[in-house]
Design a protein around this ligand. Structure first.
Ligand code: C2E
Ligand code: MG
Ligand code: MG
Length: 571
């Protein structure tokens, strides 16, 4: 009934100039202070209504709105809209800022969103732009099924509880919807390296990019430190959800200016659909989380849809995680060594150390099944330290100038101890620094926080070299790498695999090799499996190669045999 009154009133409020002009059946009257008839009419409306100007300064709040907002007195005309909520015990300060933001968004053509209140209901706003630039805001209380917590204070997004409440409401309506979860690989290294303030900047920027990348009736929430969730009502197609997820992860993976530098993080996503994957809010979010956890495992970003088999795989990962510390104590890890070839001389120049877990029941477990789990669970530091010590000790027994390459994970830079660990491993083994090369992934190479950079410089001062591993899978450009302290790029296997026919791969490899040589970098092609690929890569300017064509990773005891086979001379 109340809203009918307003609908009836709406056509009357037209022709607004700087002040309001009222048109009714009888004609047109210029409105002028002190008694503006339009103001008076809105004031008299039984339902809550607020008038403000285009710069979101309040002209009038009627009695219904005062009651609804929990305000004792009418705000002074000219007060900024967000500030009126500050006076109310029913809203948090963040809600006040949010009101200003949703109204700004509405002015730009978006819907006016909902503002959480302390306690159960939410404030929904409907905004009508009246001719002449006066805004009519009609607040309405929306009952939410669960008490709505305040929003995330850092980003102004909904928090986990609010997200679940909204999801529950959407599901109760029987609407199909998509639930997306997103996070960043290596976010912790920003906090650790550049400080919490820079981490906050990254999260706020991420929140903004997510909002910009979505429709106005989608809901974005920050549900954990660097975890975001998106609710897309009405989406029932996996293809659509995946497209959105990929668009958002691509957007989040673009450089973010924080702490005085461009931080590049790889974002990844997982999603689930209702009703296909579940119809209960917490369960659906859990499904999206499982899908995200699987995306994390392959390290390259992107997005996956929930699949019921993920539940079992999560259990397996959990079992792996709980077995990892025991594996270290019981010396169940082993290193295998794969030859690295110089393409000009066709001789072995060194070996890459690749870890395996010699599990008493499961047999040899490959690194991709447990290294990402170790990274997520904070156990990579201890494992990585063991790898460094073992690889240096082994390589010290090889004839110079053979080198050893060791993979280092992002998280190993987190506590700042890496230079000391590398120094210790070299000293204990007697291996000179120049015979050790550390491989770091492209995303870490670019995250390049000052703390990471400082550690790389300290390690380079020991003569140790650095390679960028899996080059081409991240988002860096060669120009970005120019100023970074690397000696080698390792072109990811996915490009080499497409040879000799993949034209795009040919073009990329050629460009990388050309620029790499101009920058004085060695270029290794990974995953060389055939003679044809080897010949092509050499012709394209790669300087080194690694792959099954020369030899698979094998236990340390095979090294003399591999050298004899490839170099014609045993140790
Ligand atoms: P990566 O550093 O890029 O190592 C190369 C991977 O490619 C190895 O897989 C190797 O077996 C495989 N490979 C080499 N040549 C060929 C080929 O011609 N064809 C095919 N299909 N594959 C080839 P692996 O040993 O399973 O290691 C996988 C990844 O696990 C490594 O990729 C590295 O990122 C990670 N990793 C291995 N050991 C360690 C470690 O000690 N620490 C850390 N942080 N990561 C490790
Ligand atoms: Mg490697
Ligand atoms: Mg690689």
């Amino acid at each position: 009934m109340a809203s009918m009154t307003l609908r009836h009133a709406e056509p009357v409020l037209t022709g607004v100039r700087k002040t309001l002009t009222v048109v009714d059946g009888a004609g047109k009257y210029p409105a002028a202070p002190p008694r503006d008839p339009a103001l008076e009419m809105v004031r008299a409306l039984p339902e809550p209504a607020i008038l403000c100007d285009r710069s979101l300064r309040v002209l009038m709040v009627n009695a219904g709105a005062l009651r609804m907002l929990g305000l004792e007195a009418a705000p002074v005309p000219g007060t900024e809209i967000g500030r009126i909520l500050v006076e109310s015990p029913r809203f948090t300060p963040a809600a006040a800022r949010l009101l200003h933001r949703v109204m700004t968004a509405a002015l730009e053509g978006g819907d006016c969103g909902e503002i959480p209140m302390r306690g159960a209901p939410t404030l929904a706003c409907h905004l009508t732009l009246l001719p002449g630039g006066v805004l009519l805001l009609r607040p309405r209380l929306v009952e939410t099924p669960w008490p709505v917590a305040s929003m995330d204070a850092l980003t102004g997004l909904a928090d986990r509880q609010t997200f679940l409440a909204k999801l529950h409401a959407a599901l109760s309506d029987g609407q199909p919807c998509a639930v997306l979860m997103l996070d960043f690989r290596g976010f912790r290294s920003v906090n650790d390296g550049l400080g919490d303030a820079a981490g906050d900047v990254v999260l706020r920027e991420a929140a903004q990019r997510l909002k910009d990348g979505l429709r106005s009736n989608d809901l974005v929430a920050r549900i954990a430190a660097d975890e975001f969730a998106v609710l897309q009502p009405g989406v029932d197609s996996a293809a659509v959800a995946e497209r959105v997820a990929r668009r958002l992860t691509a957007r989040l993976s673009e450089p973010i200016q924080a702490g005085g530098q461009a931080v590049v993080l790889v974002a990844r996503a997982g999603f689930a659909l209702a009703p296909a994957d579940g119809t209960e809010a917490a369960a659906l979010l859990h499904c999206a989380g499982l899908a995200l956890a699987e995306t994390k495992m392959d390290g390259a970003g992107g997005a996956r849809r929930f699949d019921p088999r993920m539940e079992q795989r999560a259990k397996t990962r959990h079992a792996i995680a709980s077995g990892l510390s025991e594996a270290l104590a019981r010396r169940q890890f082993v290193l295998h060594y794969q030859p690295l070839m110089d393409l000009a001389t066709e001789r072995v120049t060194g070996f890459e150390a690749l870890i395996r877990w010699n599990h008493p029941e499961r047999g040899l477990i490959p690194p991709m099944a447990f290294i990402p789990v170790a990274e997520e669970r904070g156990m990579i530091g201890a494992i990585g330290e063991w790898v460094l010590r073992a690889a240096c000790a082994e390589a010290a027994g090889w004839p110079a100038p053979l080198t050893v390459a060791v993979n280092v994970a992002v998280a190993q830079f987190a506590d700042g101890r890496l230079p000391a660990i590398v120094g210790d491993a070299l000293e204990a083994s007697g291996l000179p620094g120049w015979r050790l090369e550390l491989e770091i992934t492209e995303s870490l190479a670019l995250a390049q926080t000052q703390v990471v950079r400082g550690q790389i410089d300290a390690i380079r001062a020991m003569g140790v070299r650095f390679a960028v591993d899996d080059f081409g899978t991240g988002y860096s450009t060669l120009a970005q790498l120019r100023n970074l302290p690397f000696d080698r790029l390792k072109i990811d296997r996915s490009f080499v695999r497409e040879l000799p026919s993949g034209l795009e791969s040919v073009a990329i490899i050629r460009a990388v090799a050309e620029l790499g040589s101009a920058l004085g970098l060695a270029i290794t092609a990974e995953g060389v499996e055939t003679e044809e690929q080897r010949d092509g890569l050499k012709a394209m300017g790669c300087t080194a190669a690694q792959g099954f064509y020369y030899g698979r990773p094998e236990p340390a005891s095979s090294v003399p045999g591999v050298l004899a086979r490839l170099n014609g001379a045993p140790i």
